[in-house]
Design a protein around this ligand. Structure first.
Ligand code: NAP
Ligand code: MG
Length: 404
């Protein structure tokens, strides 16, 4: 069989621990035999980040800005234990945080739905994607403990002098607490744009929710920015694509989700997204079956698994013990990136390959061959438990038969 060629490279970001091991298996067994893989390789493994003073992460982001599509392996976000383990020069920032900040992107978390791994909510038939606004609100809050009676005020002092505003937050009769939050129009606009674009891209309805009835200025601003952008730039495009934009209160959205069948995107404010994405991923079965796409309003895409480097399994692997780590989310990061590369380059063969690799992966699980995390939750009778490598080889067998 002739290998599929690529005109434009993907930005490939390697990572750490168990996922770094899976990364190589996936490339060697599922990609390279079929695709003349063309990537710009950046090693974001912690060792290399430390050696380069984290410049490698910045270089990778610049490459994403140049080529538009990236695939990333899970990476260690250092803490003090890692500083000792890797003799680090300093506690480097999370690469994902750096990438997100530089690309101004929104993260979409997408569950992989297969028969036999049933969502806890029985009517969920299709994936529910969560888009989380990743700036501000309680994550950049300012808090104060109030020890004794007194006034707390919110004061705005404009740089140009005129238009000062001041309001009383509360007159304290005794002790208490206070918190302030902020957000920025530009950040909300970027978020809204990424959501509308992603909905068009994936041909799914977009829901957006806040609590604007209670928060008449703050949350209402989110609602207005989405609404205005929709009317101005997306109403026609959505109509043509046969999808809808739907705004409702967050509590109404939560109630509706339980009755829905899935197949849509729920865009959330930062805190709602934090909470909802964990609820949705656990309800869909396993963190190992959750992929994630970072989409920037400038049209850059970065695909990855939602889980981490699976440290516990890696330490077993280092001791020479057998592991059964699920590579689905990492495989889907690759297929997502290859399909997007194919779309942008009008490379139909590459898109078809991505479709077939996903199909092969899903049908491997549906035929009863799976890793340990899924064996414990599947509704299939007599599943076959495979180790990390054999699971990938089982997918390869299916893939070869699909490719003829
Ligand atoms: P983790 O890697 O997500 O793994 C936590 C646990 O979830 C594992 O011990 C395993 O449970 C299960 N699990 C996750 N992915 C799995 C898979 N593919 N197959 C089977 N089981 C899977 O989280 P962590 O161990 O807390 O974090 C390890 C490192 O990852 C940390 O250094 C953290 O900074 C980093 N991290 C990176 C990213 C990222 O790059 N996007 C995201 C999160 C965390 P059992 O042990 O019970 O089998
Ligand atoms: Mg969370």
């Amino acid at each position: 069989m002739q290998k599929i060629t690529m005109e434009t490279p993907l930005v490939e970001m390697d990572g750490d621990e168990m996922t770094r091991i899976l990364w190589l298996f996936i490339k060697n067994e599922l990609l390279k035999p079929f695709v003349e893989l063309y990537t710009k390789y950046y090693d974001l493994g912690l060792k290399k980040r430390d050696e380069t003073g984290d410049q490698i992460t910045i270089d990778a982001v610049n490459a994403i800005k140049k080529y538009g599509v990236a695939v990333k392996c899970a990476t260690i976000t250092p803490n003090t234990a890692r500083v000792t383990e890797y003799a680090l020069h300093q506690i480097w920032k999370s690469p994902n945080g750096t990438i997100r900040a530089l690309l101004d992107g929104t993260v979409f978390r997408v569950p992989i739905v297969v028969k036999g791994i049933d969502p806890c909510v029985k009517n969920w038939k299709k994936p529910i994607t969560i888009a989380r606004h990743a700036y501000g609100d309680v994550y950049r809050n300012v808090e104060m403990e109030i020890p004794t009676p007194g006034d707390v005020k919110l004061v705005y002092i404009p740089e140009n002098g005129s238009g000062k505003q001041e309001i009383l937050v509360h007159h304290y009769e005794g002790s208490g607490i206070v918190q302030s939050q902020h957000n920025l129009d530009n950040s909300i606009k970027s978020f809204a744009k990424s959501c509308f674009e992603y909905a068009l891209d994936t041909k799914q309805d977009l829901w957006f929710s806040t609590k604007d009835t209670i928060s008449k200025k703050y949350d209402h601003r989110f609602k207005d920015i989405f609404e205005n952008l929709y009317i101005q730039d997306y109403k026609e495009k959505f109509k043509k694509a046969g999808i809808t934009y739907f705004y409702t209160l967050i509590d109404d959205a939560v109630a509706r989700i339980m009755k829905a069948e899935g197949g849509f995107i729920l865009a959330c404010k930062n805190y709602d997204g934090d909470v909802m994405s964990d609820m949705i991923s656990s309800a869909f079965g396993s963190l190992a079956m959750m992929t994630s796409v970072l989409m920037s309003p400038h049209g850059y895409y970065e695909y990855e698994a939602a889980h981490g480097t699976v440290q516990r399994h890696y330490y077993k692997h280092l001791k020479g013990e057998e592991t059964s780590t699920n590579s689905m989310a990492t495989i889907f990061a690759w297929t997502g990136a290859l399909r997007k590369r194919g779309e942008l380059d009008k490379n139909q063969k590459l898109q078809n390959f991505a479709d077939k690799l996903e199909k092969a992966s899903i049908s491997t699980i549906e035929s009863g061959k799976m890793t340990k995390d899924l064996v414990s939750i599947t509704t299939l009778k007599n599943p076959t438990l495979l180790n990390s490598r054999d699971f990938i080889l089982a997918i390869r067998e299916k893939l070869e038969s699909l490719l003829g």
